[in-house]
Design a protein around this ligand. Structure first.
Ligand code: ZN
Length: 327
C-alpha cells in the first residue's frame, strides 16, 4: 500500500465523489474499475468519507435548529460578563436558599463487623455556628438513649447555622448482646486515653481494655469528635437519674436538668483526684474543652418511651439551642 500513498489524494477524491453518489459497494466497484487498489474499509480515508455519506439523512434536522435558537439567545447577554480576572461581585448574585441536608456516615466498624453510624442534619449555604452530637448509647445494656437518638433523627430540624449529629450507638456489638461492654469485654467508657486510664480489671464490667483507646469503637468516635469538635455532646447512659456535673457550662447543664426533670450531680468513676476520667466526657472536656462541652446524661433505670424519645429529644436539642422546629 505504501507505494500508493502518492496517489491517495486522487483516489480519495474519486471516492468522495462516488460515495456521495451513493454507497460503498458502488465506490469499491468504481475504484476497482479504475484499476486501483480497493481501499481497506478500516482505513481512515474511507471512514472519513463514509461518515460524510450519512449526512444527507441528517439534513432534515436543520429545519428544527432555527426553533431552539430563541432559547439560546439569552446566553449572548451572559457572554460579555465572563472575565478571566477574578472580579467577584456578590451584590448582583442572590443568596442561595439554604437547604436541609440529611445524610449518614459510617464512623467505624466493630470487631464483629457492625457499623457505627452517624446521622447528620444541617443546612447548605450556611456557616455552621453550633454543633450538637447526641450519642444514644455506649453501654449495650442501656437502651433508652437509642430512642432519644431515633426521635431526634426523625423529628428535629436544626436552626440555620446549627447542625446535629446523631450516633444511635457506638457499641452495636454490646447492644446486640445486651452487655455493657463491647464484644471484647471492654467498658468503652473506661477506654479513653486520659491520665486516669487503667488497664486493670479484665473480666469485670468496667475493664478499661488492654491499652488506652485500644477499641475500634473508641477510636472511631474519638476520630469523629476530633474532626467535628462539637459545641455540645450529650452522652446518654442509665440508670442513675442525673445530669452529671462538669461545671464547664452551667447554663447547658441547668437547661438539661430542668427539661429532663433530673438533678445535677457529680458521678465519680473511681478515678483518683487530679487525674482525668478515662470516659468520653473526661477525654473530650480535657483535650477539646475549649471547643465545647461533653455531658453525661443518666436517665433513670426505667423510663417510658415518651420520656426517652420526645421529652429527652426536646430537652437535649433545646438545651443546646440547635432546634428550630420539628419535622
Ligand atoms: Zn452507661
Amino acid at each position: 500500500m505504501k507505494h500508493v500513498v502518492g496517489r491517495v489524494p486522487v483516489r480519495s477524491l474519486v471516492l468522495v465523489t462516488v460515495l456521495s453518489l451513493g454507497g460503498t459497494a458502488l465506490a469499491t466497484s468504481a475504484a476497482s474499475a479504475l484499476g486501483r487498489d480497493v481501499p481497506d474499509p478500516s482505513e481512515p480515508a474511507v471512514e472519513a468519507t463514509s461518515t460524510t455519506s450519512p449526512t444527507p439523512t441528517v439534513s432534515p434536522t436543520p429545519t428544527a435548529s432555527p426553533t431552539p435558537s430563541p432559547t439560546a439567545s439569552p446566553t449572548p447577554t451572559a457572554s460579555p460578563t465572563p472575565k478571566p480576572t477574578a472580579t467577584p461581585k456578590p451584590t448582583p448574585k442572590p443568596k442561595p436558599t439554604p437547604k436541609l441536608i440529611t445524610r449518614s456516615a459510617v464512623l467505624g466498624t466493630t470487631v464483629q463487623g457492625r457499623r457505627i453510624m452517624g446521622y447528620y442534619r444541617g443546612w447548605s449555604h450556611t456557616t455552621q455556628k453550633r454543633t450538637l452530637v447526641v450519642l444514644g448509647q455506649m453501654h449495650g445494656d442501656e437502651k433508652a438513649g437509642l430512642q432519644t437518638a431515633d426521635w431526634v433523627r426523625r423529628n428535629v430540624k436544626p436552626t440555620k447555622g446549627s447542625e446535629i449529629w446523631v450516633i444511635p450507638t457506638m457499641n452495636p456489638d454490646g447492644n446486640a448482646r445486651g452487655t455493657r461492654t463491647n464484644a471484647r469485654g471492654v467498658d468503652l467508657n473506661r477506654n479513653w486515653g486520659t491520665s486516669g486510664y487503667r488497664s486493670s480489671g479484665k473480666g469485670t464490667r468496667t475493664w478499661g481494655g488492654p491499652r488506652a483507646a485500644s477499641e475500634r469503637e473508641t477510636k472511631a468516635v474519638a476520630a469523629f469528635l476530633r474532626r467535628k469538635r462539637p459545641d455540645y455532646i450529650a452522652s446518654v447512659h442509665q440508670p442513675f437519674g442525673v445530669v452529671v456535673r462538669t461545671d464547664k457550662d452551667r447554663g447547658w447543664e441547668r437547661r438539661l436538668a430542668d427539661a429532663l426533670g433530673l438533678p445535677i450531680r457529680e458521678v465519680g468513676v473511681g478515678t483518683p483526684s487530679g487525674l482525668t476520667s478515662p470516659t468520653l466526657t473526661g477525654w473530650y472536656n480535657r483535650y477539646y474543652g475549649r471547643h465545647g462541652t461533653a455531658t453525661t446524661l443518666e436517665y433513670r433505670a426505667s423510663v417510658s418511651s415518651a420520656y426517652a424519645g420526645r421529652r429527652a429529644g426536646l430537652a437535649i436539642t433545646g438545651a443546646a439551642r440547635v432546634r428550630a422546629r420539628l419535622g
